[in-house]
Design a protein around this ligand. Structure first.
Ligand code: B12
Length: 295
Protein backbone atom coordinates (compact mmCIF):
# COMPACT_ATOMS: atom_id res chain seq x y z
CA UNK A 1 0.00 0.00 0.00
CA UNK A 2 1.31 3.43 -0.91
CA UNK A 3 1.46 6.00 1.92
CA UNK A 4 -0.97 8.94 1.60
CA UNK A 5 1.99 11.36 1.33
CA UNK A 6 3.49 9.44 -1.59
CA UNK A 7 0.14 9.48 -3.34
CA UNK A 8 -0.14 13.26 -2.92
CA UNK A 9 3.41 13.71 -4.15
CA UNK A 10 2.66 11.71 -7.29
CA UNK A 11 -0.51 13.72 -7.82
CA UNK A 12 1.26 17.08 -7.54
CA UNK A 13 4.17 15.98 -9.75
CA UNK A 14 1.86 15.28 -12.71
CA UNK A 15 -1.94 15.38 -12.12
CA UNK A 16 -2.75 14.37 -15.71
CA UNK A 17 -0.62 11.22 -15.51
CA UNK A 18 -1.79 10.51 -11.96
CA UNK A 19 -5.46 10.50 -13.01
CA UNK A 20 -4.77 8.39 -16.09
CA UNK A 21 -2.91 5.77 -14.00
CA UNK A 22 -5.56 5.74 -11.24
CA UNK A 23 -8.27 5.02 -13.82
CA UNK A 24 -6.29 2.24 -15.50
CA UNK A 25 -5.48 0.67 -12.15
CA UNK A 26 -9.13 0.74 -11.07
CA UNK A 27 -10.34 -0.83 -14.34
CA UNK A 28 -7.79 -3.64 -14.11
CA UNK A 29 -8.29 -4.42 -10.42
CA UNK A 30 -11.88 -3.61 -9.42
CA UNK A 31 -13.99 -6.68 -8.55
CA UNK A 32 -16.97 -4.74 -9.92
CA UNK A 33 -15.48 -4.72 -13.42
CA UNK A 34 -16.40 -8.41 -13.61
CA UNK A 35 -19.25 -10.54 -14.92
CA UNK A 36 -20.31 -12.87 -12.06
CA UNK A 37 -22.36 -15.06 -14.44
CA UNK A 38 -19.38 -15.51 -16.78
CA UNK A 39 -16.64 -16.86 -14.48
CA UNK A 40 -15.92 -13.35 -13.23
CA UNK A 41 -14.30 -12.36 -16.50
CA UNK A 42 -13.68 -8.62 -17.08
CA UNK A 43 -16.51 -6.44 -18.37
CA UNK A 44 -14.24 -3.77 -19.83
CA UNK A 45 -10.68 -3.84 -21.17
CA UNK A 46 -7.95 -1.21 -20.78
CA UNK A 47 -9.57 2.26 -20.96
CA UNK A 48 -8.78 5.29 -23.08
CA UNK A 49 -8.54 8.52 -21.10
CA UNK A 50 -8.74 12.03 -22.57
CA UNK A 51 -8.83 15.55 -21.15
CA UNK A 52 -10.43 18.82 -22.26
CA UNK A 53 -10.32 22.31 -20.86
CA UNK A 54 -13.69 23.28 -19.39
CA UNK A 55 -13.30 26.59 -21.22
CA UNK A 56 -12.81 24.98 -24.63
CA UNK A 57 -15.26 26.81 -27.00
CA UNK A 58 -16.38 23.39 -28.32
CA UNK A 59 -18.71 23.10 -25.30
CA UNK A 60 -20.61 26.18 -26.56
CA UNK A 61 -21.13 24.38 -29.86
CA UNK A 62 -22.83 21.46 -28.05
CA UNK A 63 -25.67 23.83 -27.17
CA UNK A 64 -26.63 23.90 -30.85
CA UNK A 65 -25.48 20.37 -31.78
CA UNK A 66 -27.06 18.52 -28.82
CA UNK A 67 -29.59 20.88 -27.17
CA UNK A 68 -29.77 24.38 -25.72
CA UNK A 69 -29.99 22.70 -22.31
CA UNK A 70 -26.60 20.99 -22.72
CA UNK A 71 -24.55 22.06 -19.72
CA UNK A 72 -21.22 23.85 -19.79
CA UNK A 73 -18.48 22.37 -17.57
CA UNK A 74 -18.78 25.49 -15.37
CA UNK A 75 -22.52 24.83 -14.94
CA UNK A 76 -21.67 21.39 -13.61
CA UNK A 77 -18.89 22.74 -11.36
CA UNK A 78 -19.94 26.32 -10.60
CA UNK A 79 -16.71 28.04 -9.57
CA UNK A 80 -15.86 31.58 -10.57
CA UNK A 81 -12.08 31.48 -10.41
CA UNK A 82 -9.39 29.05 -11.49
CA UNK A 83 -9.32 26.25 -14.05
CA UNK A 84 -12.01 23.69 -14.84
CA UNK A 85 -11.15 20.50 -16.72
CA UNK A 86 -13.08 17.54 -18.05
CA UNK A 87 -11.83 13.95 -17.82
CA UNK A 88 -13.42 11.55 -20.33
CA UNK A 89 -13.05 7.78 -20.14
CA UNK A 90 -13.82 5.18 -22.81
CA UNK A 91 -14.30 1.61 -21.55
CA UNK A 92 -13.91 -0.92 -24.40
CA UNK A 93 -16.17 -3.95 -24.09
CA UNK A 94 -14.27 -7.23 -23.68
CA UNK A 95 -13.39 -9.30 -26.75
CA UNK A 96 -15.39 -12.33 -25.52
CA UNK A 97 -18.52 -10.20 -25.17
CA UNK A 98 -18.06 -8.69 -28.63
CA UNK A 99 -17.57 -12.17 -30.14
CA UNK A 100 -20.78 -13.40 -28.51
CA UNK A 101 -22.74 -10.43 -29.86
CA UNK A 102 -21.31 -10.88 -33.37
CA UNK A 103 -23.24 -14.15 -33.62
CA UNK A 104 -26.58 -12.49 -32.88
CA UNK A 105 -29.07 -11.09 -35.38
CA UNK A 106 -32.27 -10.28 -33.45
CA UNK A 107 -31.00 -8.86 -30.19
CA UNK A 108 -28.11 -9.02 -27.75
CA UNK A 109 -26.27 -12.03 -26.39
CA UNK A 110 -26.72 -12.73 -22.70
CA UNK A 111 -23.18 -11.57 -22.11
CA UNK A 112 -23.82 -8.23 -23.87
CA UNK A 113 -27.01 -7.80 -21.80
CA UNK A 114 -25.09 -8.32 -18.54
CA UNK A 115 -22.40 -5.92 -19.79
CA UNK A 116 -25.09 -3.27 -20.42
CA UNK A 117 -26.35 -3.35 -16.83
CA UNK A 118 -23.43 -4.56 -14.72
CA UNK A 119 -21.15 -2.37 -16.84
CA UNK A 120 -23.27 0.67 -15.99
CA UNK A 121 -23.06 -0.23 -12.28
CA UNK A 122 -19.30 -0.37 -12.65
CA UNK A 123 -19.34 3.04 -14.39
CA UNK A 124 -21.18 4.48 -11.38
CA UNK A 125 -18.61 2.95 -9.05
CA UNK A 126 -15.65 4.25 -11.07
CA UNK A 127 -17.23 7.73 -11.22
CA UNK A 128 -17.68 7.82 -7.44
CA UNK A 129 -14.16 6.52 -6.85
CA UNK A 130 -12.64 9.26 -9.03
CA UNK A 131 -14.68 12.00 -7.41
CA UNK A 132 -13.61 10.88 -3.93
CA UNK A 133 -9.96 10.42 -4.99
CA UNK A 134 -9.77 13.96 -6.39
CA UNK A 135 -11.48 15.34 -3.29
CA UNK A 136 -8.88 13.56 -1.14
CA UNK A 137 -6.24 15.42 -3.21
CA UNK A 138 -7.88 18.65 -2.05
CA UNK A 139 -9.89 19.41 -5.20
CA UNK A 140 -13.50 19.63 -6.31
CA UNK A 141 -14.93 17.03 -8.66
CA UNK A 142 -18.37 16.10 -10.00
CA UNK A 143 -19.65 13.21 -12.11
CA UNK A 144 -22.25 15.09 -14.24
CA UNK A 145 -24.35 12.01 -14.96
CA UNK A 146 -24.74 11.33 -11.21
CA UNK A 147 -25.52 14.96 -10.35
CA UNK A 148 -29.06 16.15 -9.59
CA UNK A 149 -28.95 18.45 -12.62
CA UNK A 150 -28.61 15.52 -15.06
CA UNK A 151 -31.62 15.07 -17.36
CA UNK A 152 -32.64 13.09 -20.41
CA UNK A 153 -35.36 14.77 -22.44
CA UNK A 154 -37.52 13.38 -25.24
CA UNK A 155 -38.24 16.60 -27.15
CA UNK A 156 -37.36 17.95 -29.64
CA UNK A 157 -35.49 14.62 -29.74
CA UNK A 158 -34.05 12.10 -27.30
CA UNK A 159 -30.96 13.72 -25.76
CA UNK A 160 -29.35 14.42 -22.42
CA UNK A 161 -27.96 17.63 -20.95
CA UNK A 162 -24.52 15.98 -20.64
CA UNK A 163 -23.76 13.85 -23.68
CA UNK A 164 -20.87 11.52 -22.86
CA UNK A 165 -20.02 10.97 -26.52
CA UNK A 166 -19.78 14.68 -27.29
CA UNK A 167 -17.60 15.12 -24.21
CA UNK A 168 -15.37 12.24 -25.38
CA UNK A 169 -15.17 13.90 -28.81
CA UNK A 170 -14.04 17.13 -27.09
CA UNK A 171 -11.39 15.16 -25.16
CA UNK A 172 -9.88 13.76 -28.37
CA UNK A 173 -11.23 10.23 -28.00
CA UNK A 174 -13.23 9.68 -31.19
CA UNK A 175 -15.72 10.78 -33.83
CA UNK A 176 -19.35 9.93 -34.63
CA UNK A 177 -20.54 7.22 -37.02
CA UNK A 178 -23.48 6.58 -39.32
CA UNK A 179 -25.06 4.67 -36.40
CA UNK A 180 -24.39 7.70 -34.09
CA UNK A 181 -21.93 5.58 -32.02
CA UNK A 182 -18.53 7.10 -31.25
CA UNK A 183 -15.63 5.41 -33.08
CA UNK A 184 -12.55 5.52 -30.84
CA UNK A 185 -9.06 4.09 -31.43
CA UNK A 186 -10.35 1.02 -29.53
CA UNK A 187 -13.51 0.90 -31.58
CA UNK A 188 -17.19 1.67 -31.21
CA UNK A 189 -18.09 -1.23 -28.86
CA UNK A 190 -17.59 0.71 -25.67
CA UNK A 191 -19.33 2.66 -22.93
CA UNK A 192 -18.12 6.01 -21.62
CA UNK A 193 -18.23 8.37 -18.65
CA UNK A 194 -16.74 11.68 -17.52
CA UNK A 195 -15.81 13.83 -14.54
CA UNK A 196 -15.51 17.62 -14.19
CA UNK A 197 -12.87 18.95 -11.81
CA UNK A 198 -11.09 22.17 -10.81
CA UNK A 199 -7.64 20.68 -11.54
CA UNK A 200 -5.62 22.13 -14.42
CA UNK A 201 -5.04 19.22 -16.80
CA UNK A 202 -3.22 18.98 -20.10
CA UNK A 203 -5.86 18.91 -22.88
CA UNK A 204 -5.64 15.96 -25.28
CA UNK A 205 -5.32 17.02 -28.94
CA UNK A 206 -8.24 16.17 -31.23
CA UNK A 207 -6.50 14.28 -34.03
CA UNK A 208 -9.39 14.46 -36.50
CA UNK A 209 -10.42 16.71 -39.35
CA UNK A 210 -14.11 16.71 -38.45
CA UNK A 211 -16.69 15.00 -36.25
CA UNK A 212 -17.29 12.08 -38.63
CA UNK A 213 -13.84 11.17 -40.03
CA UNK A 214 -13.45 7.78 -38.32
CA UNK A 215 -16.56 6.36 -40.07
CA UNK A 216 -15.91 4.65 -43.43
CA UNK A 217 -19.32 5.70 -44.78
CA UNK A 218 -18.65 9.37 -44.06
CA UNK A 219 -15.08 9.03 -45.36
CA UNK A 220 -15.74 7.40 -48.72
CA UNK A 221 -19.39 6.28 -48.89
CA UNK A 222 -18.48 2.62 -48.28
CA UNK A 223 -19.21 0.10 -45.52
CA UNK A 224 -22.78 0.66 -44.24
CA UNK A 225 -22.42 -2.62 -42.28
CA UNK A 226 -24.26 -1.09 -39.32
CA UNK A 227 -27.35 -0.57 -41.50
CA UNK A 228 -27.40 -4.34 -42.16
CA UNK A 229 -26.77 -5.21 -38.50
CA UNK A 230 -29.67 -3.20 -37.06
CA UNK A 231 -32.52 -5.66 -36.45
CA UNK A 232 -35.16 -2.91 -36.71
CA UNK A 233 -34.11 -0.83 -39.73
CA UNK A 234 -33.22 2.15 -37.53
CA UNK A 235 -29.99 2.88 -39.42
CA UNK A 236 -29.98 3.88 -43.10
CA UNK A 237 -27.78 6.04 -45.33
CA UNK A 238 -29.71 9.00 -43.87
CA UNK A 239 -28.40 8.13 -40.40
CA UNK A 240 -29.79 6.82 -37.13
CA UNK A 241 -33.52 7.03 -36.39
CA UNK A 242 -33.55 7.36 -32.59
CA UNK A 243 -37.25 6.80 -32.17
CA UNK A 244 -37.04 3.58 -34.16
CA UNK A 245 -33.95 2.53 -32.16
CA UNK A 246 -35.82 3.22 -28.92
CA UNK A 247 -38.71 1.03 -30.15
CA UNK A 248 -36.31 -1.81 -31.01
CA UNK A 249 -34.73 -1.60 -27.55
CA UNK A 250 -37.88 -1.18 -25.47
CA UNK A 251 -40.57 -2.93 -27.54
CA UNK A 252 -39.31 -5.35 -30.23
CA UNK A 253 -36.70 -6.90 -27.92
CA UNK A 254 -39.09 -7.25 -24.98
CA UNK A 255 -39.35 -10.99 -25.73
CA UNK A 256 -35.73 -11.38 -24.55
CA UNK A 257 -36.76 -10.14 -21.14
CA UNK A 258 -39.77 -12.42 -21.10
CA UNK A 259 -37.62 -15.52 -21.38
CA UNK A 260 -38.16 -16.26 -25.10
CA UNK A 261 -34.39 -16.57 -25.43
CA UNK A 262 -33.92 -18.47 -22.18
CA UNK A 263 -33.45 -17.33 -18.64
CA UNK A 264 -30.95 -14.85 -17.30
CA UNK A 265 -31.50 -11.52 -19.07
CA UNK A 266 -31.34 -8.64 -16.60
CA UNK A 267 -32.25 -4.92 -16.46
CA UNK A 268 -35.05 -2.78 -17.87
CA UNK A 269 -34.37 -3.82 -21.49
CA UNK A 270 -32.08 -6.28 -23.27
CA UNK A 271 -29.50 -3.75 -24.59
CA UNK A 272 -28.97 -4.57 -28.31
CA UNK A 273 -25.64 -3.12 -29.49
CA UNK A 274 -25.77 -5.16 -32.72
CA UNK A 275 -24.68 -2.03 -34.66
CA UNK A 276 -21.49 -2.02 -32.58
CA UNK A 277 -20.39 -5.62 -33.24
CA UNK A 278 -19.47 -7.48 -36.43
CA UNK A 279 -18.77 -4.12 -38.08
CA UNK A 280 -15.34 -2.88 -39.27
CA UNK A 281 -15.29 -0.17 -36.58
CA UNK A 282 -16.07 -2.64 -33.75
CA UNK A 283 -12.60 -2.60 -32.15
CA UNK A 284 -10.59 0.08 -34.03
CA UNK A 285 -10.73 3.05 -36.38
CA UNK A 286 -11.38 1.17 -39.64
CA UNK A 287 -9.00 1.45 -42.57
CA UNK A 288 -10.14 2.03 -46.17
CA UNK A 289 -11.40 -1.22 -47.67
CA UNK A 290 -11.73 -3.01 -44.34
CA UNK A 291 -14.66 -5.38 -44.62
CA UNK A 292 -14.95 -7.18 -41.31
CA UNK A 293 -14.46 -6.57 -37.61
CA UNK A 294 -11.08 -8.34 -37.72
CA UNK A 295 -9.74 -6.72 -40.86
C1 B12 B 1 -30.63 9.13 -24.82
C2 B12 B 1 -29.68 7.98 -25.10
C3 B12 B 1 -30.07 7.01 -26.03
C4 B12 B 1 -31.27 7.20 -26.94
C5 B12 B 1 -30.86 8.18 -28.07
C6 B12 B 1 -29.46 7.94 -28.66
C7 B12 B 1 -28.75 9.15 -29.34
N1 B12 B 1 -28.16 8.94 -30.50
O1 B12 B 1 -28.72 10.26 -28.85
C8 B12 B 1 -31.58 5.72 -27.38
C9 B12 B 1 -32.61 5.15 -26.44
C10 B12 B 1 -32.08 5.57 -28.82
C11 B12 B 1 -30.23 5.08 -27.14
C12 B12 B 1 -29.85 3.89 -27.71
C13 B12 B 1 -28.62 3.27 -27.51
N2 B12 B 1 -27.68 3.64 -26.64
CO1 B12 B 1 -27.78 5.20 -25.60
N3 B12 B 1 -27.67 6.84 -24.54
C14 B12 B 1 -28.43 7.88 -24.44
C15 B12 B 1 -27.80 8.90 -23.47
C16 B12 B 1 -28.49 8.77 -22.11
C17 B12 B 1 -27.84 10.36 -23.94
C18 B12 B 1 -27.42 10.54 -25.41
C19 B12 B 1 -27.43 11.98 -25.82
O2 B12 B 1 -27.45 12.92 -25.02
N4 B12 B 1 -27.41 12.21 -27.12
C20 B12 B 1 -27.36 13.54 -27.65
C21 B12 B 1 -27.61 13.48 -29.15
C22 B12 B 1 -27.75 14.89 -29.73
O3 B12 B 1 -26.48 12.82 -29.70
P1 B12 B 1 -26.43 12.26 -31.18
O4 B12 B 1 -27.71 12.44 -31.85
O5 B12 B 1 -25.82 10.91 -31.18
O6 B12 B 1 -25.36 13.28 -31.80
C23 B12 B 1 -25.28 13.54 -33.17
C24 B12 B 1 -25.12 15.04 -33.47
O7 B12 B 1 -24.63 15.73 -32.34
C25 B12 B 1 -24.10 15.05 -34.57
N5 B12 B 1 -23.38 16.29 -34.77
C26 B12 B 1 -23.89 17.14 -35.68
N6 B12 B 1 -23.06 18.19 -35.78
C27 B12 B 1 -21.99 18.00 -34.95
C28 B12 B 1 -20.87 18.80 -34.72
C29 B12 B 1 -19.92 18.38 -33.77
C30 B12 B 1 -18.70 19.23 -33.50
C31 B12 B 1 -20.12 17.16 -33.06
C32 B12 B 1 -19.13 16.70 -32.05
C33 B12 B 1 -21.26 16.34 -33.31
C34 B12 B 1 -22.19 16.79 -34.28
O8 B12 B 1 -23.25 13.94 -34.30
C35 B12 B 1 -23.97 12.92 -33.65
C36 B12 B 1 -24.13 11.72 -34.56
O9 B12 B 1 -24.95 11.97 -35.67
C37 B12 B 1 -26.31 8.42 -23.43
C38 B12 B 1 -25.57 8.67 -22.10
C39 B12 B 1 -25.05 10.10 -22.05
N7 B12 B 1 -25.26 10.78 -20.97
O10 B12 B 1 -24.47 10.57 -22.98
C40 B12 B 1 -26.41 6.94 -23.82
C41 B12 B 1 -25.36 6.39 -24.79
C42 B12 B 1 -25.24 7.34 -25.97
N8 B12 B 1 -25.95 5.15 -25.25
C43 B12 B 1 -25.11 4.19 -25.47
C44 B12 B 1 -25.44 2.92 -26.01
C45 B12 B 1 -24.38 1.84 -25.88
C46 B12 B 1 -26.68 2.70 -26.61
C47 B12 B 1 -27.16 1.44 -27.37
C48 B12 B 1 -26.11 0.65 -28.13
C49 B12 B 1 -28.01 0.51 -26.50
C50 B12 B 1 -27.29 -0.16 -25.42
N9 B12 B 1 -27.32 0.50 -24.30
O11 B12 B 1 -26.75 -1.25 -25.57
C51 B12 B 1 -28.21 2.07 -28.31
C52 B12 B 1 -27.64 2.50 -29.67
C53 B12 B 1 -27.32 3.95 -29.70
C54 B12 B 1 -26.87 4.65 -30.92
N10 B12 B 1 -26.67 4.00 -32.06
O12 B12 B 1 -26.68 5.88 -30.79
C55 B12 B 1 -23.69 4.64 -25.13
C56 B12 B 1 -22.93 4.92 -26.44
C57 B12 B 1 -21.57 4.28 -26.52
C58 B12 B 1 -21.06 4.29 -27.93
N11 B12 B 1 -20.32 3.24 -28.22
O13 B12 B 1 -21.26 5.19 -28.74
C59 B12 B 1 -23.97 5.92 -24.23
C60 B12 B 1 -22.92 7.02 -24.35
C61 B12 B 1 -24.08 5.41 -22.79
C62 B12 B 1 -22.74 5.19 -22.12
N12 B12 B 1 -22.60 5.58 -20.87
O14 B12 B 1 -21.79 4.68 -22.67
N13 B12 B 1 -29.46 5.81 -26.27
Amino acid sequence: MMAQEDIRERFHADPTQFIRSAIKEHVSSSPLNRLPSFANSPIFEEPLVGFASGDDPIFEQFKSVVAESHQMPRDVLPITQGPVSVVSIVLPISRETKLSNRLETGGPSLRWNHTRWQGQDYITDLSRYLVSLLKEMGHQAVAPELAESFQIHALPELASNWSQRHVAYAAGLGTFSLSDGLITPKGIAMRCLSIVTDIELLATPRPYADYQTNCLFYRDGSCKKCTERCPGGAITERGHDKERCRQVLFEFQRSFMEGARGEGYIGRYAGCGLCQTDVPCESRIPFAGQESADG
